[in-house]
Design a protein around this ligand. Sequence first.
Ligand SMILES: Nc1ncnc2c1ncn2[C@@H]1O[C@H](COP(=O)(O)OP(=O)(O)O)[C@@H](O)[C@H]1O
Ligand SMILES: [Mg+2]
Length: 356
Amino acid sequence: MLRLSNISLTQFKNYSFSSFHFNERVIGICGLNGRGKTNLLDAIYYLCFTKSYFTKTDAMNAQFESDGFRLEALFNDQKVVLILRLASKKELLLNDMPYEKFSKHIGKFPAVMIAPDDIELITGGSEGRRRFLDTVISQIDEQYLQQLILYNKVLQQRNSLLKRFAEQGSANWPLLEVLDYQLITPGKYIYQTRADFMQLLMPLANDLYGTIAGQKESVALEYESQLHNKSFEELLLQNREKDLVLQRSNGGIHKDDILFLLNDQVFKNIASQGQRKSLLFALKLAEFQLLKSYKGFAPLLLLDDVFEKLDQDRMQQLLQWVCTDNDGQVFITDTHKERLEDALQKLGTGYQVIEV
Ligand SMILES: Nc1ncnc2c1ncn2[C@@H]1O[C@H](COP(=O)(O)OP(=O)(O)O)[C@@H](O)[C@H]1O
Ligand SMILES: [Mg+2]
């Protein structure tokens, strides 16, 4: 069982210093717009993933005109501290012991966030979908994250090399082959792991979609990868000339995608707003479910402004599912205190409402 009982935020976004105590499984967070509800959820996310769910640069999370931030939390009896000093490196400590590799932390305290802009996962570019896959798999497969870090490092080197070739007007093939060789091992591992994971995700997401949408229409998920029909070796060789011209790597798992289909047609082309939301929730809850079965306990569920996204009935149904059929801790934000309390009360489980 995973429980977050305490969190303190120092110079984190709009929080100069605040501390929150959570003594229930279901926690409502309310407050007017701009009060820091999303920031509080993001602080929790930060301590689980060592980075923000929303911003790419760590420094943006330090309070304006400050020199950094500090987050501290208690997960069960484990203390996690994350410190960012703008002048120096990020620090992460578990029970006062600094981590050498932050990647070792990932998966210890699994969490799933659902936020308003996540609909991009359905309608946006492929990067978000790869990130979705990577985030889930990294939490259940330590090796995967190591391989991914390695792959991205080599890929960057390879792209720099291609740029250099272009500048010099000549290519040093043996040098490129060294990097190709280094790319292939992690590339194949990532491909195979994503393929295996998709086999689990597909039926689950389909099932959950049916439940949430409450209709008989069926969604299908397909894992798209250039590696389906070719070995990585062949793919690199085949793209070589193109890589040189475009000065970046065109073949590999960094081009993977998930294709969504609704009754055999491309989902985002034909789906309504409601159907998109249903698919988003189906994916996120499938993520939740898979994490739970791998870990043997439910991940934290961070729900940001979901009341704005779903109608009251569906929301209640969803909450019922996450709160009654599961024993995970749930954090849910809303601007309307009455609406939130009303919904939580109906669940018949212990809850707490805090105001920010
Ligand atoms: N680095 C920062 N320093 C200080 N305040 C920040 C920083 N980043 C964001 N904020 C402030 O945080 C507030 C938004 O908080 P947010 O959690 O999104 O609110 P809510 O979700 O309750 O609507 C805004 O007032 C914004 O100015
Ligand atoms: Mg918000």
